[in-house]
Design a protein around this ligand. Structure first.
Ligand code: 5RP
Length: 217
């Protein structure tokens, strides 16, 4: 099976976690795009979606799915999103699509986080995929120097502006043996908005294609 087939299967399999009347948190990316297409077949049975990006909002609205403001809905039962890497403890690297901040906010608000990936995203140790860090533009260089001290090689994702008006540094060369510790350390650098490590709030369930890793439907 090729990677796109696996992504499509994972997107469809995530529908098993959607219940009638739910408000569904929706991530960003090509795997999530398959989930949104699948969710559209249930649109009359859900209350709406909370979206993590302008890109996902456009797709949701094109399907006629109501996009709701997280401030108005409070905590939500379910968040479905992709990832760039996933370790055996279901800790993730995210942010390849530059939507990491809103993704982390919605994951935090969600009772259950279902992560949908293809098998190529599985790793034993996080860090092969460059770790995205969203930064306030004026702090780019300061944060980059701090990331070098933490052992990484940050590269500015030149030309990319996040939905929040910020910039992204991609940190190469990390072998992340302590994801929780590194998440905390990077979060403490002034000027960092979000690091794309999802260790403190990791996935509850990972769907690799339609294979389940952790949790019960
Ligand atoms: C966006 C993300 C995506 O979930 C991640 O990049 C995976 O994308 P795709 O499903 O296209 O492989 O974190 O910020």
């Amino acid at each position: 099976m090729n990677r796109d087939d696996e992504k499509r299967r994972a997107g469809r399999a995530a529908l098993a976690y959607v219940e009638d009347g739910m408000i569904v948190g929706v991530g960003t990316g090509s795997t999530v795009a398959h989930f949104i297409d699948a969710l559209a077949t249930r649109k009359a049975r859900i209350e709406g979606a909370v979206s993590s990006s302008e890109q996902s909002t456009r797709q949701l609205e094109a399907h006629g799915i109501a996009v709701l403001d997280l401030n108005a809905v409070g905590d939500i039962p379910l968040y479905v999103d992709g990832a760039d890497e996933c370790d055996p403890q279901r800790r993730l690297i995210k942010g390849g699509g530059a939507a990491l901040t809103r993704e982390k906010i919605i994951a935090e608000a969600a009772a259950r986080f279902v992560c949908i990936i293809d098998a190529g995203k599985r790793v034993e140790v996080l860090g092969r995929f460059p770790l995205p860090v969203e930064v306030i533009p004026m702090a780019r260089s300061l944060v980059a120097r701090a990331l070098v001290k933490l052992g990484g090689q940050p590269v500015w994702r030149d030309g990319v502006v996040t939905d929040n008006g910020n910039w992204v540094l991609d940190v190469h060369g990390l072998r992340i043996s302590d994801p929780l510790g590194l998440e905390r350390a990077i979060n403490q650098i002034p000027g960092v908005v979000t690091v794309g490590l999802f260790a403190r709030r990791r996935a509850d369930v990972v769907l690799i294609g339609d294979q389940v890793m952790g949790g019960d439907p």
